[in-house]
Design a protein around this ligand. Structure first.
Ligand SMILES: C=C1C[C@]23C[C@@]1(O)CC[C@H]2[C@@]12CC[C@H](O)[C@@](C)(C(=O)O1)[C@H]2[C@@H]3C(=O)O
Ligand SMILES: O=C(O)CCC(=O)C(=O)O
Ligand SMILES: [Fe+2]
Length: 351
């Protein structure tokens, strides 16, 4: 018999449930980009315009780096709660459980959120005890390989957009001041759900949101749960694939407004609305653990986030007030997960 602690039962009760039928399966819908093929650059641009999301194969990240980090993550999340909590509370960095951000969002998820190199080297990781150095090395190897893949994707994107300066986006990730983050998410089984799930519901693991940065590079184990929102506002489930990476366009990466005015969606800034920052969420099924690792590529804090002049048509006006990544981030972190964060920065905002 499973005996539930009062804490587990209470936490389960306040986390939202979601009907299983509210998303359809995405077989054949999600674009797949083979990075080794010459058409990659065209497919990337198309996928960013249509979905703000795509899957990448032949990504060049060594499987060894992936599986080493995955086993470190499994070890970490298997520690007793009082051990893991030594790496918390998340402020916003560190270990967090159920609570996402500072503004009241909750989900069926525990996580370790780390900021750039400073944090990988911080005391927080001392929770790994004698294996701290090993964890740090494994994490560094993974991050270097994933950032390299991210830069390759951003360079192909620039080429696909016919931008002369090939590293216009990738240089932001390579800058030593780049404000990038790394996150391990664990969606544990939910004993309460296993006992009482007459309606075949899912738990909201990570509520719907867009990522504020430029690009998010995600991989997970083979447990499903990730869903993306299409332009028509319907949700599709993304079949998991532990051999591939999934790429999200973040709020900071947007192009030309003209063809997107009037469309329902969440357009992005540097492309002045031509790319979509994809709204996504994770539903936990309660039975199988999902483990995901995400690198959020962000610009330096002082970087101006504005449409690239080379992408603006003659007389095209910017959709957004000019702001720095610091200003945007501050505003994003004061918002709730599901909020339309770019709304505050739109010039012709409806509100
Ligand atoms: C509710 C929140 C959590 C978040 C900061 C925010 O106020 C709104 C954006 C959230 C998000 C989503 C993408 C990343 O997971 C994240 C680390 C980020 O940069 O923005 C999270 C923030 C978080 O979990 O602290
Ligand atoms: O865990 C996942 O698969 C996605 C989580 C996510 O969207 C995030 O951390 O921003
Ligand atoms: Fe996200």
């Amino acid at each position: 018999m499973v005996v539930l602690s009062k804490q587990t039962t209470e936490q389960y009760a306040y986390i939202r449930h979601c009907n299983k039928t509210s998303a359809f399966s995405s077989t054949g819908i999600i674009p797949v980009v083979d990075l080794s093929k010459p058409e990659a650059k065209t497919l990337i641009v198309k996928a960013c315009e249509e979905f703000g999301f795509f899957k990448v194969i032949n990504h060049g990240v060594p499987m060894e780096a992936i599986s080493k980090l995955e086993s470190e993550a499994i070890n970490f999340f298997s520690l007793p709660n009082n051990q893991k909590e030594k790496a918390g509370p998340p402020n916003p960095f560190g270990y967090g459980n159920k609570k996402i951000g500072e503004n009241g969002d909750v989900g069926w998820v525990e996580y370790l959120l780390l900021k750039n190199n400073q944090d990988y080297n911080s005391m927080r990781l001392s929770v790994f005890g004698q294996t701290t150095d090993k964890f740090r090395n494994v994490l560094n190897d993974y991050i270097c390989a994933v950032r390299k893949m991210g830069c390759e994707i951003l360079e192909l994107m620039a080429e696909g957009l016919n931008i002369e300066e090939k590293n216009v986006f990738s240089k932001l990730l390579m800058d030593k001041e780049s404000d990038s983050l790394f996150r391990l998410n664990h969606y544990p089984p939910c004993p309460e759900m296993a006992l009482d799930n007459k309606n075949g519901e899912n738990l909201v693991g990570f509520g719907e949101h867009t990522d504020p940065q430029i690009i998010s590079l995600l991989r997970s184990n083979n447990t499903s749960g990730l869903q993306i929102c299409l332009k028509d506002r319907s949700w599709v489930s993304v079949p998991p694939d532990y051999n591939s990476f999934f790429i999200n366009v973040g709020d900071s990466l947007q192009l030309s407004n003209v063809q997107y005015l009037g469309l329902v969606g969440d357009p992005q800034v540097m492309t002045n609305g031509r790319f979509r920052s994809v709204r996504h969420r994770v539903l936990a099924n309660g039975f199988d653990s999902r483990l995901s690792m995400i690198y959020f590529g962000g610009p330096p804090l002082s970087e101006k986030i504005a449409p690239l002049p080379c992408l603006m048509k003659e007389n095209e006006e910017s959709l957004y007030k000019e702001f720095t990544w610091f200003e945007y981030k501050k505003s994003a972190y004061a918002s709730r997960l599901a909020d339309n964060r770019l709304g505050h920065f739109e010039i012709f905002s409806a509100s």
